[in-house]
Design a protein around this ligand. Structure first.
Ligand code: ZN
Length: 351
């Protein structure tokens, strides 16, 4: 291999220049991340956000409950308004009873979508408790199902193993459709804020938290190449340096949390180098696509469906090129940041 990054590029079917453009854009927008965390601190009545509050929900948010039927009708109608064929396929999932959402003793937690190539359908598992989060999970997993309905029809079995970098195209698109709908029809300012915080928390985590970890790992290999010996305290120092590059002064860290790196198993396995960037990639990729959808409207749909139908037959770079975009240029990734900026401005104006 020509670099420690290369094995993961092969596994994820991406090129080094795309990851470089992605990470350049991520660092360039550290200010966006800091603006959000300062704002979140204010919304929580704090001067500065502690690292323990990074994912904290807002206080006094009305606890909106959904019945299964309400959640089903809402998610199905959002997908149908987006695209009629996707709407039909989502209905097919419900009619086949391929969604195991019942809460019962002994059932495993979490949620996933399992694809079924021969039957050209999918199965979803989740535990539906009627919370907003559960509706979001339903939209997310059905987005994976819609993705699978596309590529299992268009591709042979060997092209049905979608890389992590583009695996969230259906699911995050569904989440964003739901978020925009809920923001629009929120019954109160508090409810709207809570939805925006949920979307932005997820975005910041995937883009900037996973992103700084990439910078950290990169700095480790740089030191090794220079022949510098790395012991625990030195690695912890590099962890903090990378963290500060992104979060600046916006977040307060607990003493000792610079040792956080030590608890992630992938740092100990040579086969799991650069484990984090696909999450940054996937999130910003879909935010960019969603921005394009908002700009182009229904005209965006045919090429997006083409992307979903590609499965793993083409790389992310090829798929983006078919949409007229170049992922080796920060211009593409900045589109994703623009969409995050839209949500952030809306939250700022709600203060
Ligand atoms: Zn997913």
């Amino acid at each position: 291999y020509s670099s420690p990054l290369e094995p993961s590029l092969l596994v994820n079917d991406v090129e080094a220049d795309a990851v470089e453009a992605l990470m350049t854009t991520m660092q360039e927008h550290a200010g966006l991340c800091q603006r959000y965390f300062y704002l979140k601190a204010r919304l929580l009545g704090l001067e500065r956000l502690g690292s323990w509050d990074l994912r904290a929900p807002l206080l006094n948010v009305p606890d909106r409950k959904f019945t299964w039927e309400e959640a089903r009708d809402l998610v199905a109608s959002l997908y149908r308004n987006f695209d009629e064929q996707i709407g039909d396929w989502i209905n097919d999932m419900f009619e086949r009873q391929h969604i195991d959402a019942e809460v019962r003793k002994g059932k495993r937690t979490g949620a996933f979508c399992s694809t079924w190539v021969e039957g050209q359908s999918a199965f979803v598992l989740q535990s539906f408790n009627g919370k907003l989060n559960d509706v979001n999970t339903l939209a997310h997993e059905l987005g994976h199902a819609a993705h699978a309905y596309h590529y299992t029809r268009a591709q042979n079995y060997s092209n049905c193993h979608v890389s992590l970098c583009i695996a969230e195209c259906g699911s995050l698109m569904g989440e964003l459709l739901l978020a925009d709908h809920l923001i629009e029809e929120a019954a109160s300012a508090e409810e709207r804020q809570a939805i925006l915080v949920k979307v932005l928390d997820g975005f910041m985590l995937a883009v900037f938290q996973e992103g700084f970890r990439f910078l950290f790992e990169h700095s480790l290999y740089e030191r090794m190449e220079q022949g510098i010996e790395l012991d625990g305290p030195e690695i912890s120092k590099l962890w903090r340096v990378a963290q500060n590059k992104i979060y600046g002064d916006a977040v307060e860290w607990l003493d000792g949390s610079e040792w956080d790196w030590a608890r992630f198993p992938h740092h100990y396995f040579a086969s799991m180098r650069f484990y984090n960037y696909p999450y940054t990639f996937a999130q910003l990729f879909v935010f960019a696509l969603y921005r394009m959808y908002k700009e182009q409207g229904p005209a965006f749909l045919p090429s997006f469906k083409e992307l979903l139908s590609a499965g793993s037959s083409r790389s992310a770079a090829q798929l983006a090129a078919e949409l007229g975009m170049d992922i080796s240029s920060p211009t593409f990734w900045r589109k994703g940041m623009e969409q995050a900026e839209v949500f952030l401005r809306e939250l700022e104006s709600s203060e």
